[in-house]
Write a protein of this length. Structure first.
Length: 235
């Protein structure tokens, strides 16, 4: 079953394709014209209209690794499967080695495996380098797995100042950043997507011992730019 909301201004109607309740609240997939949207607990999370900043999240991490000398087959952890732009961009780059994707919502994984979002992840879930970890990112990072990565690329919120669930806020403070540093190889790179710049988060990164902190901006049609906050763990 789906529901449709008629547009009042001549724009495309919004059609809800799937809506599910999970341990973290409600998650819904909507179609607006030719684009798809993911809504979490009534909060817009992301859509398929423009994937430039999600691709940038992956691209700048690899560029930063290259800046001090290429890493052979670097390992990558992507926090959040979302609409699949970041994963597809990573899988299209043969230089990446292991690519782990942490996604806590089973519905989102389903929409990629056998749903309308499969075209945006572009078959990346079938790549032999890719492993989908169905778990909460914070739980995974704090768990006993212990694996370290050359790059952590996180896109689980609308940014450090605009979290989808209250529990995510701890990821961007001192304790959370300490966990992220521990999960990075020496010289590894942390990249965090945000729907708006966060100077306060830049300071948190420096205070947590990260170096080479920089913010990359992507201009959007309206409002403040999307950004990727980038930082490096010291060798």
């Amino acid at each position: 079953m789906y529901s449709a909301l008629p547009a009042r201004d001549g724009s495309a109607a919004v059609v809800t394709l799937d809506r599910r309740e999970g341990p973290f609240g409600e998650v819904a997939l909507r179609r607006r014209g030719q684009d798809y949207e993911i809504i979490a607990n009534g909060c817009f999370l992301m859509d398929t209209a423009d994937g430039r900043s999600e691709r940038l999240l992956i691209a700048v991490a690899l560029e930063e690794l290259d800046r001090t000398g290429p890493v052979a087959r670097p390992s990558l952890l992507i926090g959040g499967l979302g609409v699949g732009f970041s994963l597809a961009h990573a899988a299209a780059e043969p230089r990446w080695g292991r690519i782990a994707v942490v996604e806590r919502e089973s519905a989102i994984i389903d929409w990629h495996r056998a749903g309308p979002l499969a075209e945006f992840s572009a078959g990346a879930l079938g790549d032999e380098r890719v492993e989908v970890l169905h778990t909460d990112l914070l739980e995974y990072l704090a768990g006993a797995d212990g694996a370290r990565y050359d790059a952590l690329c996180l896109d689980i919120d609308n940014g450090p100042d605009w979290t989808v669930t209250d529990g995510n806020a701890g990821l961007y403070g001192a304790d959370g950043l300490a966990v992220l540093r521990h999960r990075l190889e020496p010289g590894g790179v942390l990249a965090v997507w945000s729907a708006r710049p966060s100077p306060a988060f830049e300071e948190e990164l420096r205070a947590a011992g990260f170096s080479d902190v920089v913010t990359h901006e992507i201009e959007v049609a309206r409002g403040v730019p999307d950004v990727v906050h980038l930082a490096r763990r010291a060798r």
